[in-house]
Design a protein around this ligand. Structure first.
Ligand SMILES: NC(=O)c1ccc[n+]([C@@H]2O[C@H](COP(=O)([O-])OP(=O)(O)OC[C@H]3O[C@@H](n4cnc5c(N)ncnc54)[C@H](OP(=O)(O)O)[C@@H]3O)[C@@H](O)[C@H]2O)c1
Length: 238
């Protein structure tokens, strides 16, 4: 079993950590406040999990989940994830991250920006289009008939196969959603974003955080991606 490094122990990082230990993986999880602040979480995760520094999560992980606010990515130590498989969950929220010109003018997707900031990481965008509380509710063992599909994007086709194998262990099927330039199709406000996993598509936005998901197969995810039109990120107010 691979060891999974997880940088970011918030909503998404902790949800993926729970899947990883359930699958029998060792987990090294880090956040910004340090190892002491993670003791409760690692106690809950059990003996396969340990708290580490950001550097330890990066170096000990065979693959690393990066799940921190977009604005924090540029503060990571240079070369931290060089050569590592990175599953990046980042999304761009100007109200949290500040306005980023290359994203607002559409010259880059969020994932292209993060890949650039990370230097030589083996970069895959994944887990960025699903609400954190839907992750444990939709994860299923490999081969289960009601499995849910997550889109993944990368500029390296072979790497996508490696990421798919890892995400399979975590509990999801994957759909190749193309390159990082294509990944806007499952970024916020796009057709492939979080709403595709809702059981009730009429759920109002203000009820999303308590929403119930439904297993979502690959053909439905593909149809959503195929129907996506690019949003004008400059108009994003949240
Ligand atoms: N929440 C969702 O449903 C959802 C869905 C899809 C995608 N996303 C995206 O996924 C990313 C993570 O979201 P989240 O909801 O999990 O965020 P979150 O709950 O706010 O957690 C963020 C984590 O990042 C850590 N962090 C911040 N700066 C750091 C740094 N410089 N070094 C190491 N760790 C750092 C924080 O550490 P501390 O705990 O010490 O503060 C925290 O553990 C965001 O880009 C978000 O937009 C979220």
């Amino acid at each position: 079993m691979p060891t999974l490094g997880i940088i970011g122990s918030g909503n998404i990082g902790s949800a993926i950590a729970r899947l990883a230990v359930a699958a029998g993986m060792n987990v090294v999880i880090a956040n910004s406040r340090g190892v002491d602040s993670l003791q409760g979480l690692v106690a809950e995760l059990g003996p396969l999990a340990k708290a580490g520094t950001v550097e330890e999560a990066a170096s000990l992980g065979d693959a690393v989940v990066l799940s921190i606010p977009l604005a924090a990515v540029e503060d990571l130590p240079a070369g931290l994830l060089q050569g590592k498989i990175v599953l990046d969950t980042s999304n761009y929220y100007p109200s949290r991250d500040g306005r980023i010109a290359e994203l607002d003018n559409g010259s880059k997707t969020t994932s292209e920006l993060v890949q650039e900031l990370l230097g030589g990481a083996r970069y895959v965008k994944a887990f960025g289009n699903i609400l954190a509380h839907h992750i444990p509710l939709l994860a299923r063992p490999s081969g289960a008939p009601d499995r849910t599909t997550l889109p993944i994007a990368s500029d390296d086709a072979r790497l996508k196969a490696e990421a798919a194998a890892l995400i399979d262990l975590l509990g999801f099927d994957t759909l190749d959603a193309g390159t990082l330039a294509d990944s806007w199709k499952f970024e916020p406000e796009s057709a492939g974003y979080t709403r595709i996993y809702l059981a009730d598509q009429s759920t109002p936005d203000q009820e999303l955080m308590s929403s119930v998901p439904a297993p979502t197969p690959a053909d439905r995810v593909k149809a959503a991606l195929d129907s996506a039109t690019r949003v004008n990120v400059a108009e994003r107010a949240f």
